[in-house]
Write a protein that binds this ligand. Sequence first.
Ligand SMILES: [Zn+2]
Length: 427
Amino acid sequence: MTTGSPPWRTPWRYEAFASADQETVRLHNLALVLRQVYELGPRSRATIAAATGLNKGTVSRLVAELIDHGLLRETGMRPGAVGRPAQVLALDGAGLAGVGLGIDADSVAVAARDLAGRELGGARRAFDVGANSAEATLDVLIGMTRELFDAIDAAGAVVVGIGVSVPGLVDVGRGVVTTTPNLNATWRNLPLASWLRTALGEPAYPVQIENDANLSALAEYWEEPDAGARNVVHVSGFFGIGGAAIVDGRLMRGADGFSGEFGHMVLDVDGPRCGCGRAGCWEALAGLGAVLRRLYPDGLAPDGRVRNPEESIATIVDRARRGDEETLAVLADVGRWLGIGAANLVNIFNPDVLVFSGYFAELAPWLLDVSMSQLRDRVLAPALGGTRVRFSSLGAGAAVRGGAAVAIQELVSNPGRLIADGGKLNG
Ligand SMILES: [Zn+2]
């Protein structure tokens, strides 16, 4: 705040200290008020004052700032509790765009959403990321990003932040991709955030790199909010098994952003070898690779990577529909391991909702019963501790939309950034 002699030595310095402190409180309260509407839905100033403990005058001043900067809007009168009509506040943000960029083993994608979750644009392009350098991939991605920026501009919106989805371990704080088992060595220790910032001309808004499973979980939380659910465990089956936990409405990242590696939870110490080099991991027992190794080895490349996941899954689904006995037996076994791993997660997190996505959702008709019976047998709490289990309907592309969600959430946590900047964030 201040340097040199302590702030209480002279009245002038004391004042500077006090006003810096008031500014911190104001920024905190702006976020507090905005989050009320963002997380809990349209409501009046009086309701916000009652819920936050701020006085009504303070709430009115903060709301006026949020309206001025296009974050909130008034939606009309609603009779108040004591018969007086009250203006209801809702999210505005039609002019504010969160941008998601996505890198996958076989494609790159972009997406933009406004503050209220409306789609502002997006595209996906097939690209063999594994066979190209990171630089060649990022050149394609930057080209698509510029086209998306043009669409956002045409819609009269400004970019407020970027979230980037990467299938691998990410040091979120430094914006560095650490390892990517499903891409190639050019991605190892790649300072992706600073690379993108340079390519985009050092914009004023944040560029955040995240693991794809974390972002899929956020997209699920954002686009299909289960009523009242604040604790969501998300298990995604693609090449391996990824996952993420949302605890009290926030993504649990862990100390260095590596949490949620559910796929490497060890379920059978004498089990099959996993892609990570260890034995008996959940993904070695229930991942798509494990299914293909037993049912459709042609779907696997010599290095163990899944060649064409969509085609491989379609093949398995087709055989299961035709009632092929070997296929049904393997899927029953996979469902059993799926339920055993899920029971561990329910015992640890006691989530409101447990969501299976990716290939698990596509094979749900053959996995659901057997995995539910494992869950009922192995979860300690009666009636699964109130946890609801469901399969995702979001499909591919969830992670890139989660990237846009992350950019929006960062703004909601820190709306003062937009206000300080006069609403002009396009760098
Ligand atoms: Zn493993």
